[in-house]
Each structure stands twice: as C-alpha cells, then as structure tokens.
Design a protein around this ligand. Structure first.
Ligand SMILES: Nc1nc2c(ncn2[C@@H]2O[C@H](COP(=O)(O)OP(=O)(O)OP(=O)(O)O)[C@@H](O)[C@H]2O)c(=O)[nH]1
Ligand SMILES: [Mg+2]
Length: 179
C-alpha cells in the first residue's frame, strides 16, 4: 500500500505540465525562458523553430516551449498546441503599433480546440522602457475581462532584471491541477 502511495505521489509530483511561450518577434520570449532557467540574461537572436526547457518550481515540472514569433512562423504555432496546459503570451509593452496583432493571435489561440483547456498568462514585458504601456492598459486593449472560458492573468515584468517573472510562475503553479 505504502509503495502504491509513494508511486502515485511521485507520478503526480513529477508530472510535466506543457507550456507554450508565444508572442510576436522581439517580445522577449527567449529572454524570459532563460531567465526562468538560469536567472540571467542570455544573448538572443530571433528564434527559428523553438527552444524547449524544463523549469521546476516548487516541485512542479513545467516543460516550456519557446516558439519563434516572426510573422512567417506564426502559422506553425498550432503544431505545438496539443496537450498544452498553459499559454504564456509575451507582449512587448513598448510596441503599441503591433498590439492589435498580438490581440488577433491571442483570440485565434483561444478559439483553437487543442487549447480549450489552457490557462493564459500574459506577460507585459519591457516595463523598464520609458513610455511603455502598463499592464492595465494592455489588459484593457486586449479586452481580457471578456475572456470567460479560459483562466487568465496578466503580469507586468522586465525580462532583463527578472522582475515580475516569479509572480507569473507562482500564478501558474497555483493553477496546476485545477482544470
Ligand atoms: N529593455 C528590455 N529589453 C528586453 C526585455 N526583454 C527582452 N528584451 C530584448 O528584446 C530583444 C528580443 O528578445 P528575445 O527574447 O530574443 O525575443 P523573442 O520574443 O524570443 O523573439 P523571436 O525569437 O524573434 O520571436 C533582445 O534584444 C532582448 O534583450 C526587457 O524586459 N527589457
Ligand atoms: Mg526567441
């Protein structure tokens, strides 16, 4: 009996939760992934394809797929969707011109059947930049309060310093197993 309990415990504790990190090119996705992993800023170049890393937070294992955000790559994001539990949408808070495109991509993902169970964390990144939009402005523009069929959370952050990233991860761990 003890062995069974131990096996079940280990199965649930070590179960991997699939996460996709999406957003437009230059949003800061790869920088965020490696801040999660190494707590430092890595030199990045535009991602062609994807990077994948396992991130462990308080015994919760996340398998995180950081997917290239250039326009030509966005049509293949859906090849990563199956079994996704969390979507991390990274927004460059200085990129006012392209917020409408981020919004389009967000709602396209939420309508996809493979993502109907996924929770969404939105990172309002690059908060260190002068004149950037606040998380509240971005939330309003993306009409997040209208999203009723997916749990969502918006978090302001700066991938260069790591500020805000832990809070985002904490929200994700608090949601594990709830859906
Ligand atoms: N000022 C500032 N720059 C940032 C921040 N996060 C990322 N950057 C910079 O933004 C640029 C793009 O970052 P990446 O992480 O490569 O962006 P990406 O979203 O992975 O881009 P793709 O792979 O092309 O989709 C890099 O020069 C980063 O150093 C931030 O919080 N503040
Ligand atoms: Mg990248």
């Amino acid at each position: 009996m003890g062995l069974i309990v131990a096996k079940l415990w280990s199965f649930f504790c070590n179960q991997e939760h699939k996460v996709i990190i999406v957003g437009l090119d230059n949003a800061g996705k790869t920088t965020i992934l490696y801040q999660f992993l190494m707590k430092e800023v890595v030199h990045t170049s535009p991602t062609i394809g994807s990077n994948v890393e396992e991130i462990v937070v308080k015994n919760t294992h996340f398998l995180m797929w950081d997917i290239g955000g250039q326009e030509s790559l966005r049509s293949s994001w859906n090849t990563y969707y199956s079994n996704t539990e969390f979507i991390i949408l990274v927004v460059d808070s200085t990129d006012r011109e392209r917020l409408a495109i981020s919004k389009e991509e967000l709602y396209r993902m939420l309508a996809h059947e493979d993502l109907h169970k996924a929770a969404v964390l939105i990172f309002a990144n690059k908060q260190d930049m002068k004149g950037c939009m606040s998380a509240a402005e971005i939330s309003k523009y993306l009409t997040l309060s209208s999203i009723k069929d997916h749990p969502w959370h918006i978090q302001s952050c700066c991938a260069l310093t790591g500020e805000g990233l832990c809070q985002g991860l904490e929200w994700m761990t608090s949601r594990v197993g709830l859906r």
